[in-house]
Design a protein around this ligand. Structure first.
Ligand SMILES: [Fe+2]
Length: 129
């Protein structure tokens, strides 16, 4: 779960920087999208850190690798890659959580939300490919 947490930290930072950097006509559409995605990742990080402590662990303070896109196409590609990594980390945690139904349900809710984010980014990437 600490792997997922470091990816949520990275997503919080990556989207925040993109919200600041996106320019031109695209800014109108994408600045709110990046801002909302950053906030969502921040909330996920808080929930995850709290859950790690509730389970007797210690939340990491290390973000995963943050990447800087030079333009919107690159930003969206890096975001999709990061969201896929997060989904994978949550899925691995889900596999390890078998035998603890409340934790399984908790992770399934997050996995559903993360999958929607991946779906959305796949559509955005298709449009800008
Ligand atoms: Fe997330």
């Amino acid at each position: 779960m600490n792997r997922a947490l470091s990816l949520e930290y990275a997503a919080t930072i990556q989207y925040l920087q993109q919200q600041c950097l996106v320019t031109g006509q695209e800014r109108q559409q994408f600045a709110p999208f990046f801002a909302a995605s950053s906030s969502e990742s921040h909330i996920h990080a808080q929930n995850l850190g709290n859950k790690i402590v509730a389970l007797g662990g210690s939340p990491t303070i290390e973000p995963a690798k943050v990447r800087e896109g030079k333009n919107l196409v690159e930003m969206l590609r890096y975001d999709l890659e990061l969201e896929r990594e997060a989904l994978d980390a949550y899925f691995k945690a889900w596999k390890l959580a078998q035998g603890n139904p409340p934790l399984v349900f908790w992770l399934e809710e997050i996995i559903s939300a993360e999958q929607l984010h991946v779906d959305e980014l796949e559509k955005l990437n298709a449009a800008y490919a």
